[in-house]
Write a protein that binds this ligand. Structure first.
Ligand SMILES: NC(=O)c1ccc[n+]([C@@H]2O[C@H](COP(=O)([O-])OP(=O)(O)OC[C@H]3O[C@@H](n4cnc5c(N)ncnc54)[C@H](OP(=O)(O)O)[C@@H]3O)[C@@H](O)[C@H]2O)c1
Length: 297
């Protein structure tokens, strides 16, 4: 693990927002970026877990410049309030936004906004947060938006018009579609912001040993994930790819949207469908109350 901290891109003076920084990949990313000198605004949904995560990060990196903010991504109001809190910090700019927070839900749950929770947390929350923080990102000399997707997007398609409240719900399908949405969002973001210095990347972290499908899930789902994830890599492995995407100058205007282990990876045919990414963008804008052509530079 020592070698991961030895990879030394220049992060001193850079400012990063990392969502879902209380556990798993987000926590590992916060540790890694802190070791490289970034100022980190970490986001969690639970005050105790934020405190524990901050202690863990400081134990690993006593000089860490980190503070936690709270927001439940199942609530659009809370995502907007979070963005307002970040803007009120009077930052000169935002260099790195890591959209990592994610959920798996075996059961269909509707949020307070009346939207299916997996879609709301995994896609609409990063969609809103990125939009709300774009004015800060464009002030960076090379702003980067990194969204943690997954290979579970393969062999799936989605219908943007019914994603907010699908008549048929299967946890694994909703999760895979939300991860497909992450790549479609990344592609459309890059198309709309092609003239700016902000670039987006979607990451496949691989199979990672985390607790994602152990939280609030039925026993059978927990057992399956316990066995499956035991073959996964340490969260620091995808954190290193996130660090690479956040910093490497050679990929500033890369036409590649999907990445794994610091290399581009071929996403599914659907993930590369520009008409689908446009339709998803327009539907997401409507569901979040944005005018149709937001985030275009
Ligand atoms: N593990 C894998 O094999 C794998 C594979 C492919 C993709 N991914 C993706 O990797 C990302 C991170 O997942 P992980 O595996 O590291 O799982 P994790 O340890 O459960 O981390 C998920 C993070 O998201 C936060 N979160 C969940 N629901 C939230 C909500 N409603 N509002 C705000 N924050 C919320 C969690 O907060 P709490 O600590 O409070 O729960 C936690 O900090 C996810 O986007 C996931 O889809 C993971």
């Amino acid at each position: 693990m020592e070698s991961m901290f030895n990879y030394r891109p220049a992060l001193a003076g850079k400012i990063a927002v990392i969502t879902g920084a209380t556990s798993g990949i987000g926590l590992a990313t916060a540790v890694l970026l802190a070791h490289h000198g970034a100022r980190i605004i970490a986001v969690g949904r639970d005050a105790n877990r934020c405190r524990n995560a901050e202690e863990d990060i400081r134990a690993s990196c006593p000089e860490a410049r980190i503070s936690f903010l709270l927001a439940d991504f199942a609530s659009q109001k809370q995502v907007r309030r979070l963005a307002a809190e970040i803007r009120s910090l009077d930052l000169p700019c935002l260099d790195i936004l890591v959209n990592n927070a994610g959920v798996y839900s075996q059961k269909k749950v509707l949020t307070e906004d009346g939207i299916e929770k997996t879609f709301a947390v995994n896609h609409l929350a990063p969609f809103i947060l990125t939009h709300e923080l774009l004015p800060l990102l464009v002030r960076s000399s090379n702003g980067r938006v990194i969204t943690v997707s997954s290979d579970s997007h393969y062999h799936l398609t989605l219908n943007p018009r019914v994603l907010d409240n699908p008549a048929f719900y299967l946890g694994i399908l909703a999760y895979g579609q939300s991860k497909l949405a992450n790549i479609l969002f990344t592609a459309e973001f890059n198309r709309r912001n092609s003239k700016s210095f902000v670039h987006a990347y979607a990451v496949d972290p691989g199979l990672v040993k985390t607790d994602i499908a152990l939280k609030d899930q039925p026993l059978i789902s927990r057992l399956i994930w316990k066995i499956r994830s035991s073959a996964g890599v340490d969260p620091l492995v995808p954190a290193r790819t996130i660090l690479y995407l956040a910093t490497d100058p050679s990929i500033q205007h890369s036409p590649e949207n999907y990445w794994h282990d610091q290399c581009p990876k071929k996403a599914s045919h659907q993930a590369n469908d520009p008409a689908l990414s446009r339709e998803l963008w327009d539907t997401s804008s409507r569901l979040c109350g944005f005018p149709g052509r937001e985030q275009e530079s």
